[in-house]
Design a protein around this ligand. Structure first.
Ligand SMILES: [Zn+2]
Length: 79
């Protein structure tokens, strides 16, 4: 990723609204037993903006073939 690529505040806000409205519905991690460290996953080929958003740790990219309910940042695994 080039250093001059930066996520705009507007775009981040848009993603925040889209992903965080479903935050309460994220499943608990089977290992931690909580969803405190669980973030949403995004399936498919990400846009550059989504890639930057994911690099900030807000969402986990899961690739094109698999679909998951969430990603536990603490355990570093899909759930
Ligand atoms: Zn966990």
């Amino acid at each position: 990723m080039a250093d001059n690529m930066k996520l705009s505040d507007d775009k981040r806000k848009e993603f925040d609204e889209y992903y965080k409205k479903n935050r309460d519905k994220l499943p608990a991690c089977p290992t931690c037993q909580t969803n405190n460290d669980v973030i949403p996953t995004a399936r498919g080929k990400p846009s550059t903006e989504l890639l930057l958003y994911a690099e900030e740790g807000n969402v986990k990219l899961s690739g094109c073939t698999q679909s998951y309910n969430g990603w536990c940042k603490k355990c570093e695994k899909f759930i």
